[in-house]
Design a protein around this ligand. Structure first.
Ligand SMILES: *Cc1c(COP(=O)(O)O)cnc(C)c1O
Length: 407
């Protein structure tokens, strides 16, 4: 806390922070970091208690898989830990390049480039490939990194209602008409930007539909498959591959931090796009390369994910079964059709109460509150792993019975 000798600018700043923090507490929107004391597995230790958890993005259960851990350990022995410099200087290893080639193959794109995180991948993509004078249309529920990236690019940024492609089309047409009438300046490029699996709702967009809109309106399509990669489609290639439109996607972003159990993001696309990112992408040029151990872990996870398709089949089957049971109990799971299952409750207080009631029964599911989701749609967000057992799911269902609206 401050005392009377603090410079007044600091004191005023801290007062402002305090006002904001108090309001968050009052509105049940205060956030606290849980202290995790075990590996990312279904059974975890958090804040000194044992829980069954349903809130990691470790969909295939690979984050602590012994083969992934061994791959990281071997890479540590071979490369040490820190990369020591940015990729353009001396931080780029052959391990990075091998994984980039494999990611490009997975995404059926000519090339791919790895960034320190999925967040950085989205930032660098839109900051490098769009600028003031360009247009970006984003789904309103796109991941924060995409929305921030669009804002940071300086392009003219518009959001359309979630998955409302008819609205998007009419907006695109309105822009085209205005330009044809000469009532707006000629624009630069136009990007359509969307998640494929939406993080807080677990519902799925249609790259095929977006590709069609992009083509009709002389626009480019960028998709973020963070939650789809490794999970959906043949080989876990994602939704664009499922819909057979990979060749109509200009840029495809993914992450190594979810199904692939490691850390890092990537962008797959044309070779010239990757070369441009290497030459101009500030989040690649001015940042240290990821350690080879992290890349080797992701490489091992990718390999396992291709060799063991039962993992994505199982996590999707568990999600289907659980969702059906929850819906039969009267819960609102939105339009989820993936291993992300929201239970939409309403107020932040409701979501927090539900989360603590589950915690008392040894089950860890986090409450997602505004501003992450829109007001009055606070929720529990369940996410599943291939390594959850049938008995784990039964325990969750049993605990949920006590919260059921129909009970
Ligand atoms: C998690 C996520 C990201 C960020 O990925 P990180 O590798 O965790 O930085 C980007 N986009 C979407 C849709 C995500 O869900």
């Amino acid at each position: 806390m401050t005392d009377d000798s603090s410079p007044s600018a600091i004191r005023r700043w801290l007062d402002d922070l305090d006002t904001d923090l108090q309001a968050r507490k009052r509105d049940h929107n205060w956030r606290l970091l849980p202290s995790v004391q075990s590996r990312c597995e279904p059974e975890v230790r958090i804040n000194s208690s044992q829980y069954l958890q349903f809130c990691s993005n470790n969909y295939l259960g690979l984050a602590a898989d012994p083969r992934v851990v061994d791959a990281a350990r071997s890479a540590l022995d071979r490369w040490g830990f820190g990369a020591g410099a940015s990729r353009l200087v001396s931080g780029n290893t052959e391990v990075h390049q091998k994984l980039e080639a494999d990611l490009a193959r997975l995404k059926k794109q000519p090339a791919a480039v790895i960034l320190p995180s999925g967040f950085a991948a989205n930032l660098v993509a839109l900051k490098t490939f769009s600028a003031p004078g360009d247009l970006i249309f984003s789904d309103k529920l796109n991941h924060a990194s995409l929305l921030d990236a669009a804002a940071a690019s300086g392009a003219d940024h518009h959001t359309y209602p979630h998955l409302d492609y008819d609205r998007l089309e009419s907006r695109l047409r309105r822009f085209a008409n205005r330009r044809a009438e000469g009532s707006s300046a000629p624009r630069g490029r136009c990007w359509l930007v969307s998640d494929t699996v939406f993080s807080m709702d677990g519902d799925v967009g249609s790259p095929a539909r977006l590709a069609q809109l992009a083509e009709r309106n002389d626009a480019l399509l960028m998709i973020d498959e963070a939650h789809a990669t490794g999970v959906l489609g043949v080989d876990g290639a994602g939704v664009a591959a499922m819909e057979n439109v990979t060749d109509r996607v200009a840029l495809s972003v993914g992450t190594l931090s979810k199904a692939f159990g490691s850390v890092g993001g990537f962008i797959a696309g044309p070779q010239a796009a990757v070369d441009s990112l290497i030459n101009r992408g500030r989040n690649l040029i001015y940042t240290t390369a990821l350690p080879a151990a992290c890349i080797a872990a992701a490489q091992a996870a990718l390999h396992i994910s291709l060799a063991e398709p039962w993992r994505r089949e199982r996590v999707c089957l568990l999600a289907h079964r659980l969702r059906t049971q929850l819906q039969n109990m009267g819960f609102d799971c939105g339009q989820s059709s993936t291993p992300i299952i929201p239970i939409i409750l309403g107020s932040s207080q409701c979501a927090l109460d539900a989360s603590s009631a589950l915690a008392k029964r040894g089950i860890w599911v986090s409450a997602i509150r505004p501003p992450t989701v829109k007001p009055n749609s606070a929720r529990l967000r369940i996410s599943l792993m291939a390594t959850h057992t049938d008995e784990h799911i039964a325990r969750l269902v049993d605990a949920m019975k006590n919260l059921a609206p129909a009970a």
